[in-house]
Structure formats: C-alpha cells, structure tokens
Design a binder for this molecule. Structure first.
Ligand SMILES: [Zn+2]
Length: 195
C-alpha cells in the first residue's frame, strides 16, 4: 500500500453522537477507536493515512470531503456503525454493510463487503449487505473512490461487543486491510503484487 494516501473519516463526533449501543456505547466513540486502530495497521503496510478527526469533535459533512480533497487523498473511507430503529427488536438485525454511490467506488465497496463477510463468518455474524446509497459522503466523493462502512449494528449486544473487545477491533480492522489489499490487487495487479 506504499504511496497510497488513505483518508479515514470517523463518523459523527462532538454533539453528534451517532447511534447508541445496546449497553450505551456511543457510535462517535466507536468510530474513532476503529479509525485510530486502522490508522496504525495501514501505516504499518506503508500507506499514508489521514484522519478527518482525531478527537471527539464535530466536523461538518462538507468539511469531511473538502479536507480529503484538499489534501489529495487517493481513497476515502467513512467509518460508522449502524443501529435499528427504536421500534425494531435489536436482536433481529446485525452485521456489517458497505455503502457507495459512484461507479468509481464500486470495486472498493465490493471488496470491503467480501472481506467483512469472510472475517465475521466464523463468529456467525451475517453480512447485512452492499448498498448503492445516495449519502452525502458517498455522493460528493467524485474525485476518489469512497465507501461508507457500517461495521456492525451497535444496537445488537453481540455486535456492540465487537467494538469494545480487542479481538473484535482486530477483526474489523483486518477486514478493511484485507478488503483494500484484495481490491487494489484486482484493480492493478502489477503495482500492488508485492504489497
Ligand atoms: Zn453513523
């Protein structure tokens, strides 16, 4: 992954809590924790990594994209956790999903979907799916491949457990590493063969 500038966008922050976990974990905290863990792993593979926020602060959706663009990011990953509506049984839905909008991002979203499914299969966590989704960050990312990853349903106690355990964080970040490596290799076998 040497030479690649990966932009990590931990969703929410500050007054924007995001979703709330089964036992009270705030999504904004979980997203940042995942981003910081992911940063280390991607840097270890030679990538240049930037974070849209490194602390618990609010960042507007516009700034999230603009900053990545101004800093010439090659690839944009927005990190989130999903939750069911209050009227839905929290135990009925779990698992990761990946969202993208533009055609240039499809390879990235597909590759991340496959790696999340593979890494969570042994835990019996189903894959929630790949979604072409008109979200601000997926729609406005027209200069670089972009995907929004909902790592799990924070509203499901088993999924929330992933976000607070070292093993869970390891698996989720490993999924992103695998997905990026797989996707880059398929896209450009010659440049990425040795990485
Ligand atoms: Zn979110």
């Amino acid at each position: 992954m040497a030479g690649l500038h990966i932009w990590l966008d931990p969703g929410h922050g500050g007054a924007s809590n995001g979703a709330l976990g089964a036992t009270g974990l705030a999504e904004r905290e979980a997203n940042l924790r995942l981003a910081l863990a992911l940063e280390k792993r991607l840097q270890a593979l030679g990538a240049t990594v930037s974070l849209g926020r490194r602390t618990d602060k609010a960042v507007s959706l516009e700034d999230r994209i603009e900053e990545a663009l101004e800093n010439h990011a090659d690839l944009f990953l927005s990190l989130h956790c999903n939750a069911v509506a209050d009227t839905t049984d929290p135990l009925s839905v779990r698992g990761p999903s990946v969202h993208y909008y533009h055609g240039l991002s499809q390879w990235l979203a597909e590759s991340l979907t496959a790696s999340l499914a593979a890494n969570l299969k042994s835990l019996d966590i189903p894959n929630y799916g790949l979604v072409r989704n008109n979200l601000f960050v997926t729609r406005e990312s027209i200069w670089f491949p972009a995907a929004l990853v909902e790592f799990c349903f924070i509203s499901h106690p088993g999924d929330e457990e992933l976000l607070v355990s070292d093993e869970g964080i390891h698996r989720l970040t490993q999924s992103v590493v695998d997905g990026l490596q797989m996707g880059l290799l398929q896209r450009d076998p010659e440049t990425n063969a040795k990485e």
